[in-house]
Design a protein around this ligand. Structure first.
Ligand SMILES: Cc1ncc(COP(=O)(O)OP(=O)(O)O)c(N)n1
Ligand SMILES: Cc1nc(C(=O)O)sc1CCOP(=O)(O)O
Ligand SMILES: [Mg+2]
Length: 212
């Protein structure tokens, strides 16, 4: 896997069969897939994680949104915490072994999450996106300020496309997180390849001597 992370989140609108068949195609290109299914039960999310493993994803490629219990039970690599989730400090203390991600929307939230043990942050939404209607995007300058303020990797989220990926990395993001860019595509595999290539290009421009 490359220097920059590529996270894909499910959007709560696909049937399990669709998620599984797309995920097996996405697997070679992505760092991980987040099961972000707010309306599904714990057992449904657990079953999805089991099916992702059977479809060929490594445990290190499976992240569970919010449900720390399901993340532990399924052997997922990570749990991604949103604003209303358990505090990262609690997750750190009682569920050691998980990689802990936290969504943040300001420098103060970022500093707090880092101090309390988050291993990486999502910062957004950086660009305008239909997935977060009704609130203004935070933009590249604020992304840069957050990335400069913490030592943990900051992953940019919100309106990320293959063509704006370069700007996000140049602003200090250590990766990207994508929802509609993948799930609205007629060919999610082809689009995922485009994101992965955009990240690889940034990696090569930072380390020009490195072999692909
Ligand atoms: C300022 C602000 N607060 C909360 C949210 C909700 O988002 P989040 O906690 O990231 O959870 P998701 O619904 O996005 O999974 C927000 N977007 N902005
Ligand atoms: C789920 C989510 N959280 C955000 C945040 O800023 O916390 S932005 C976002 C939506 C990302 O979707 P898309 O790739 O379709 O823009
Ligand atoms: Mg969010």
């Amino acid at each position: 896997m490359g220097k920059f992370e590529f996270h894909v989140m499910t959007n709560g609108r696909k049937q399990p069969d669709e998620i599984i068949s797309a995920a097996s195609i996405l697997a070679p290109y992505v760092t991980c897939i987040h099961i972000r299914e707010k309306d599904r039960s714990a057992s449904e999310i657990f079953n999805l994680a089991e099916r992702l493993k059977r479809a060929g994803l490594g445990r290190e490629q499976i992240y569970i949104n919010d449900r720390v219990d399901v993340a532990v039970a399924s052997g997922a690599e990570g749990v991604h915490l949103k604003g209303s989730s358990l505090d990262p400090e609690i997750v750190h203390r009682y569920f050691s072994g998980l990689r802990i991600g936290q969504s943040v929307h300001s420098i103060d939230e970022a500093l707090y999450a880092e101090e309390k043990g988050a291993h990486y942050l999502f910062y957004g939404h950086v660009f305008k996106t239909g997935s977060k209607k009704g609130s203004e995007p935070r933009g590249l300058d604020q992304l840069r300020e957050v990335a400069d303020a913490v030592t943990v990797p900051v992953i940019a989220i919100g309106g990320v496309t293959p063509s704006n990926t370069s700007e996000l990395i140049k602003a200090g993001a250590k990766g990207i997180a994508v929802m509609s860019g993948i799930w609205s595509a007629t060919d999610p595999g082809l689009v995922a390849k485009g994101y992965a290539e955009a990240l690889k290009k940034e990696e090569m421009s930072k380390c020009p001597g490195t072999m692909m």
